[in-house]
Design a protein around this ligand. Structure first.
Ligand code: HEM
Ligand SMILES: *[C@@H]1O[C@H](CO)[C@@H](O)[C@H](O)[C@H]1NC(C)=O
Ligand SMILES: *[C@@H]1O[C@H](CO)[C@@H](O)[C@H](O)[C@H]1NC(C)=O
Ligand SMILES: *[C@@H]1O[C@H](CO)[C@@H](O)[C@H](O)[C@H]1NC(C)=O
Length: 430
């Protein structure tokens, strides 16, 4: 553990650095008194209905008012606190391999069920929250996990970004009304503003069609048995497996129920926006029973996928900028000065290995090669910067922790038989 001395040294540098150059609060505030018209991604004019992530037959909601004029410009002034040279990462991660050679999925060893239920149908206990269990569908729908995994494999091999979307979907589901697939519900005349349409989710959240494909296949084989909430959790596990080239490989317990409540305002209030500082991030995770370690570890998912320019430029650009100047120049050159719905390009979160779920995020944080103030904020305390260093440099540390944190997140605020159900279609309540 001679390395730890070095780690602590770096941690101190990081903490000091953050004091000099920490991202200031963005001009926008984020309080429950606001609603989605003061959004951070889509304070845009309504897009054409064809771009909606749901069927055009459903009620098309009205969207928030136009973007207010941006207050900040592309300020790429030098960031005093950028560490001069970050040590190079040990090349423990396997090189990205062609999709075809993705390791084949090894079905998780299913833990024996202590007292087997006499009926093949899962019977959620009527009062208590359902106990999550590894191998939950072993009897009621033995092919369930395999069917979901194949849907994720197929989609992700065509477009790894969909896998990123699914991992983000799991987070966005669990933070709002618990892990209950409330994020999947389409608008209806009775509920025109579900979570799906809230600024953090619309139009950026993706992967819905993969959940639909899995659900449809499951309904054919074992109708009414597998919850949409479980499909999201398994799919996020599988996406983590595929995008990490098999290095993140864990069992995900099942047994969640689907909720009937989905409100845009709750998504806006519970999902942390990209301009949050460290204490705000910690508070938003704590509200969901997740600690600082979970915050640091789960943020590592920002080693894959994309961000729309509107999530980190214009009014949302932190001032002083959270980015390393050279990185900022490169990234911002891809973005218009003030993005709008018709011009909002996407940039890779990790420009080095954009489709590989690995611990490179943490070296990116150390170099300030990250897009959001919320990413850079992880270096703003001694405690979290030490965690950043550990995840960056201790081999396998992050992968193991990520698996555990995903399972922990997957158990947030579960529905009971009293307020949950197993949906027939993931986009509508029964
Ligand atoms: C810590 C607070 C977090 C903040 C403020 C945050 C914010 C964001 C934002 C603004 C985007 C870009 C959306 C867009 O413009 O397209 C994004 C993307 C993403 N986030 Fe987070 N996030 C956080 C935590 C997490 C967690 C816990 C996970 C999962 C474990 C996650 C997974 C992802 C993924 C995979 C993407 C890329 C999505 C895609 O390519 O479709 N994030 N995040
Ligand atoms: C929030 O929504 C309500 C009604 O939905 C509206 O009256 C109010 O002006 C909105 N507040 C803000 C800050 O946009
Ligand atoms: C984070 O932002 C909140 C709200 O703007 C502020 O009260 C708090 O002092 C900030 N914390 C830090 C560490 O900057
Ligand atoms: C959106 O932004 C682009 C680039 O800045 C600009 O050319 C275009 O006119 C804007 N469109 C709308 C609808 O505001």
């Amino acid at each position: 553990m001679a390395n730890l001395g070095v780690l602590v040294l770096f941690a101190s540098i990081g903490a000091v650095a953050a004091q000099n150059g920490s991202p200031a609060a963005a001009p926008t505030t984020h309080s429950s008194s606001q609603n989605s018209s003061s959004s951070y991604i889509i304070s845009f004019p309504a897009p054409s209905p064809s771009s909606y992530p749901f069927s055009s037959k459903t009620h098309v909601p009205s969207l928030p008012s136009p973007y207010s004029s941006p207050t900040s410009s592309h300020d790429t002034s030098p960031h005093k606190a950028t560490p001069a040279a970050a040590p190079s990462v040990p090349s423990s991660a396997p090189q990205p391999s062609p999709r075809g050679s993705t390791p084949s999925y090894i079905p998780p060893v299913v833990a024996p069920i202590a007292s087997p239920p006499s009926t093949p149908t899962p019977t959620p206990s009527p009062s208590a929250r359902p106990g999550l269990q590894v191998g939950y569908y072993e009897r009621s729908c033995p092919q369930a996990e395999k069917i979901i995994m194949e849907a994720v494999r197929s989609a992700t091999s065509k477009n790894p970004g969909i896998g990123a979307g699914i991992i983000r979907m799991h987070f966005h589901d669990c933070f709002v009304q618990g892990c209950d697939a409330s994020v999947l519900l389409d608008p209806t005349p009775g509920n025109p503003q579900p979570e799906k349409l809230s600024p953090p989710n619309f139009p950026s959240l993706r992967g819905f069609e993969v959940i639909d494909i899995a659900k449809e296949a499951l309904e054919k084989v074992c109708p009414g048995r597998v919850s949409c909430a479980d499909i999201i959790a398994f799919a996020a596990r599988d996406a983590s497996f595929f995008l990490s080239r098999g290095r993140i490989n864990f069992q995900m317990p099942g047994g969640r129920l689907d909720g009937r409540v989905s409100l845009s305002s709750e998504a806006f209030n519970f999902l942390p926006p990209p301009f949050f500082n460290l204490s705000q991030l910690i508070a938003s995770f704590k509200a969901k029973n997740l600690d600082e370690d979970d915050l640091v570890v789960l943020s590592g998912a920002h080693s894959i996928g994309v961000s729309h320019c509107s999530s980190f430029t214009g009014p949302l650009a932190p001032n002083p900028p959270a980015m390393d100047p050279a990185f900022a120049t490169k990234v911002l050159s891809k973005c218009p000065l003030s993005p709008n719905i018709s011009s909002d390009p996407m940039v890779m979160q990790d420009i080095v290995t954009p489709d590989l779920l690995d611990n490179r995020y943490y070296t990116n944080v150390l170099k300030h090669n990250v897009l959001f103030a919320s990413d850079a904020a992880l270096s703003s305390s001694q405690q979290t910067s030490t965690k950043v260093l550990e995840n960056a440099f201790m081999p396998n540390r992050w992968e193991t922790k990520f698996a555990k944190a995903m399972v922990k997140m997957a158990a947030i605020e579960l529905k009971t038989a009293a307020n949950g159900e197993i949906r027939r279609t993931c986009r509508v309540i029964n």
